[in-house]
Design a protein around this ligand. Structure first.
Ligand code: IMP
Length: 187
């Protein structure tokens, strides 16, 4: 089994990645920590910067992941600012911004950036379309899970689906599947 380090401070992301990449015969190890993140409008740019920084510092083959929730009625906000917006406004703040807004369309994007100490980062993108619920629903999730309803989730929020079912269809599943397939072919 191949071993690859996932640099993240987020235990939920680590657990999702470990479960998903297991089926690609990849053993994900948690490189727990806070790593520098640039502020930019493009998730690939943000993830690539961090991946290169961590690979050079640790001299290991590592990956990082950066995600964002893009809400159509808010012109794509919070997008690359999702982490800050989650900390400041939270789910209730997002619901408030969308009060009386009939257009609930949104999508989640996950970008994986993989990097080896002496090479440039490679990115893999996963996208899931869906909508924003009218109220927070479900207690089996984290982050925006209680307010995001994926189009292929039978009307449930990610937090109502729970990790096992979320992992079958999520934005992270899609980016990790591409990454896993690439690893199997090239590494
Ligand atoms: P990050 O910058 O990739 O850590 O994520 C941006 C924000 O989106 C953070 O506040 C996360 O909590 C949230 N987030 C990322 N992925 C997910 C997910 O799969 N479900 C719910 N929230 C998420």
């Amino acid at each position: 089994m191949k071993k690859i380090f996932f640099a993240t401070s987020n235990k939920n992301k680590y657990l999702e990645a470990k479960a998903i990449l297991k089926s690609f015969n990849v053993n994900v190890e948690w490189l727990k920590g806070e790593y520098p993140e640039i502020q930019a409008e493009n998730l690939e740019e943000i993830a690539s910067f961090t991946a290169k920084w961590v690979a050079e510092k640790t001299k290991k083959a590592i990956f990082v992941e950066d995600a964002g929730l893009f809400i159509q009625a808010l012109n794509g906000f919070p997008g690359p600012y999702s982490s800050y917006v989650y900390k400041t406004l939270g789910n209730q703040g997002i619901l408030k911004l969308l009060e009386k807004e009939p257009n609930r369309e949104a999508f989640f994007i996950s970008v994986i950036a993989y990097c080896e100490p002496t090479s440039e980062p490679i990115t893999f993108i996963g996208k899931v379309k869906g909508s924003i619920a009218y109220e927070a629903r479900g207690d089996k999730g984290w982050g925006f899970d209680p307010i995001f309803i994926p189009a292929e989730g039978g009307g449930k929020t990610y937090a109502e689906m729970g990790p096992e079912n979320k992992n079958k269809i999520s934005h992270r599943r899609k980016s990790l599947e591409k990454f896993g397939a690439w690893l199997s072919k090239t590494r």
